[in-house]
Design a protein around this ligand. Structure first.
Ligand code: GP9
Length: 416
């Protein structure tokens, strides 16, 4: 029954004709650079402390980019690897463990494999041990041409677990311009803003005032550093002539594990309720810079990491219909329901928090127009849909169904 449910889910998805807007294929054959920022959350975007912006370069880039203001991480226990899995494979991370570790040999319709079939060079960059999160094995399965890991980078500016993000970006861009043929897809995973966020003195450029000496203050300090590295990377891409013909995306992987509500209240200067706090802990920013700075603006509808692959394919004019993806294409006008790993979901009208949420245990259905609790029946259809999606995704991953569905499809086609 589980397999039949999964089959029916994708059959329905493949039957629904997408609405292709003017952006469909507008950036065909452009390079694609996606940066996944470690613990880079949304609540501090656009905020200042003591008159100093926390993320000035991100804020500047926002003016000529699409900024998704309610973009959710959909990760579970696999943390950074789950964000990567959701964004590049467009299936839900598992309820337990990391799919990178547990099912690295199963079949997936990964973004790099699809782009490779469309003539792209595909490379992944992360300046840490290649075996962490089982990346070395998983990236081969995802069909990257090359995984540039710690040993491929000169350790010229050590920081935290590894190399500073500034040096990591500089060396990665150097490799993109000298070792990789265009069009390329480059996926970069940052590390400098990793828990517990301690930066050496000489890299601390933010006066965190009342938060000095706290982990929350260190967190702000470290994202400020990553933001400055991001600014330098964009300059570098421009100087090397790689900016104009590139779709550039930046998104956060997951929350910062700092759960003290009072710190967020102190920082934002207002009291927060369950809905505010749940959104804060689950929203990461997504920035999409299109080659001509087109379609810039803030998009308030909900979206999430699983939406990245279908949306990139839309911009490149590659139909997503035959692939086994569960994310929404943010450009085709279809459903915008975003389902988080623990069953939290939002469709832009309601926001549902399940009773086993890790901060609150009450569980509730919120009306987003009033931001008040509403009758739980308003969340019932969305809850059923969210439960189904998570279950279908788990079934497809666990039983390696993509491979099986493809074989069934081709034997049906042969017998016809
Ligand atoms: C290490 C980095 C950290 O390679 O990706 O992962 P996390 O601990 O955040 O899951």
């Amino acid at each position: 029954a589980d397999v039949e449910q999964a089959k029916a889910f994708f059959a329905e998805r493949q039957r629904t004709a997408p609405q292709n807007d003017a952006l469909f294929g507008k950036y065909k054959d452009s390079n694609v650079i996606i940066v996944q920022g470690e613990a880079f959350m949304n609540f501090m975007i656009g905020q200042s402390i003591g008159g100093q912006e926390i993320t000035p370069h991100f804020n500047e880039l926002m003016k000529e980019s699409q900024y998704y203001s309610h973009f959710y991480h959909q990760t579970g226990q696999g943390r950074t690897s789950d964000a990567d899995f959701g964004a590049n494979i467009s299936l839900h991370p598992l309820p337990v463990g990391s799919a990178f570790v547990r099912y690295a040999d199963h079949t997936y319709d990964s973004l790099p494999s699809i782009l490779k079939d469309n003539g792209y060079s595909t490379n992944v960059f992360h300046a840490y041990e290649s075996g962490f999160w089982n990346r070395y094995t998983m990236y081969q399965n995802m069909k990257y041409d090359k995984f540039y890991s710690k040993n491929d980078f000169a350790q010229d500016d050590p920081l935290g677990w590894s190399l500073s993000d500034e040096s990591f970006f500089r060396q990665s861009v150097e490799k993109m311009s000298s070792e990789v043929t265009e069009p390329f897809y480059s996926f970069l995973i940052t590390l400098s803003s990793h828990h517990p966020y301690a930066l050496p003195k000489e890299k601390q450029q933010l006066d965190v005032g009342e938060f000095q000496g706290t982990m929350f203050g260190n967190y702000l300090q470290s994202v400020h550093y990553v933001d400055s590295a991001l600014g330098k990377m964009v300059e570098d891409l421009k100087n090397r002539g790689l900016w104009e013909n590139t779709i550039f995306m930046f998104y956060g992987d997951h929350d910062n594990s700092i759960k003290e509500q009072s710190q967020y209240e102190q920082f934002l200067g207002r009291s927060l309720n369950e809905l505010d706090m749940t959104q804060i802990m689950n929203e990461v920013p997504l920035l999409v810079h299109l080659p001509d700075g087109a379609a810039a603006g803030t998009i308030d509808e909900p979206s999430g990491q699983l939406d990245i692959t279908p949306s990139v394919l839309h911009l490149l004019g590659v139909s997503d219909q035959s692939y086994y993806h569960m994310g929404n294409d943010v450009y085709d006008g279809s459903s915008r329901t975003v389902v988080l790993r623990n069953g939290t979901f939002s469709d832009g009208s309601v926001f549902y928090i399940p009773s086993d949420d890790y901060i609150y245990e009450s569980g509730a259905c919120y009306d987003l127009s009033t931001r008040d609790k509403t009758d739980s029946n308003a969340c019932r259809p969305g809850h059923d849909e969210a439960t189904k999606r998570l279950h279908v995704s788990d079934t497809v991953i666990t039983y390696d169904l993509i491979q099986r569905f493809r074989e069934e499809d081709s034997s049906t086609a042969t017998s016809q």
